[in-house]
Design a protein around this ligand. Structure first.
Ligand SMILES: Cc1ncc(COP(=O)(O)O)c(C=O)c1O
Length: 306
């Protein structure tokens, strides 16, 4: 995508004009925080899924880095809607970012101005290559996931993604689709850019945020929908070998949505690596909600663009 408008510090600028200086602080020292949201085409027009929650997480991420974004939550929500609208997108991915800009070099970011931008683009189902019925192939990364002693892991911060990128590239080069990351205690945390769930004995399990997992908005949505369905849910640590004997495994994230997993470290998930019953049910429920076909949750979580 190379056309359209990008919201930059309060103005809508042409795609090619949304440029930064090479001495931007965040480029050198990874002092940025960002979000990823999706705008869906719903039965009653385009709507952004959990807009308020995403903007709140952006503000919270900034707080960890002493970043005053300079815009209220309301103003940022409005900016996201305006950016989707001006680009004439029915469905898109929305990427807000706040970062310490160009000014004074050196590790301390505080002397630099904070900039805020929002871009939108078409981002079809990510991790798609393997078709709907076949799950993704994962490998456990040799890179440990950074944790709360090193970085504020509740913050969706650019710095965290150097660790993610190393794991993702390692997995791709080894012929897998995605990496699963373990924390320094050896427990499963998440994939390089998605939360992870397993199903064992009809119970849905996901690792706690205190183990280093991002407080994912899709993760929260799936836990909420599962509880609504009467599914037993547990938030607890998962060991690497428990992944191998899970009945079902899936990933969640704004970009990836609900992505079934068919194989981990060359071990087939469940009996045959095919998409499991609970994964199918939750994926379908999620799709119903984001497309505005569930009255209760659509009202709760969808913010109309028009
Ligand atoms: C490291 C990581 N974990 C989990 C997620 C899923 O979070 P969400 O569902 O809020 O997109 C993401 C994506 O944003 C991520 O980058």
């Amino acid at each position: 995508m190379t056309e359209g408008k990008i919201w930059l510090n309060g103005s809508l600028v042409d795609w090619d004009d949304a440029k930064i200086h090479v001495l931007t602080h965040a480029l050198h020292y990874a002092t940025g925080v960002f979000e990823g949201m999706r705008c869906y085409k719903t039965v009653s027009g385009s709507a952004i899924f959990r807009l308020g929650d995403h903007i709140q997480r952006l503000i919270n991420s900034g707080k960890a880095y002493f970043m005053d974004l300079g815009y209220s939550k309301q103003q940022l929500e409005k900016a996201a809607i305006e950016t989707v609208k001006v680009n004439g997108m029915e469905e898109c991915y929305v990427r807000p970012i706040a970062y310490y800009g160009y000014g004074k070099m050196g590790v301390n970011p505080l002397p630099n101005k904070v900039s805020v931008a929002m871009a939108v683009w078409k981002w079809d189902e990510y991790l798609k290559a393997d078709g709907a019925e076949k799950g993704a192939r994962l490998m456990v990364s040799a890179w440990a996931r950074i944790d709360n002693r090193a970085m504020p892991m509740h913050a969706k911060a650019t710095g965290n993604y150097a660790n993610s990128a190393l794991a993702r590239v390692e997995a791709i080069k080894a012929g897998f689709d995605e990496a699963v990351m373990l924390n320094t205690a050896g427990m499963v945390v998440e994939a390089s850019a998605e939360n992870i769930f397993i199903v064992r004995d009809s119970t849905l399990v996901t690792p706690p945020t205190a183990s280093g997992a991002l407080d994912g908005i899709t993760r929260d949505s799936i836990l909420t929908l599962a509880k609504e369905k009467g599914i037993n849910c547990e938030v607890r640590d998962i060991s690497r070998d428990e992944l191998y004997i899970a009945d079902e495994v899936f990933l969640t994230g704004t970009a990836a949505e609900v992505k079934p997993v068919g194989e981990i470290d060359s071990r087939v998930v469940g009996d045959d690596g095919k998409v499991g019953r609970m994964t199918k049910e939750l994926k379908s429920m999620f799709e119903t909600v984001v497309h505005g076909k569930d009255k209760k949750f659509s009202k709760m979580w969808l913010v109309p663009v028009n």
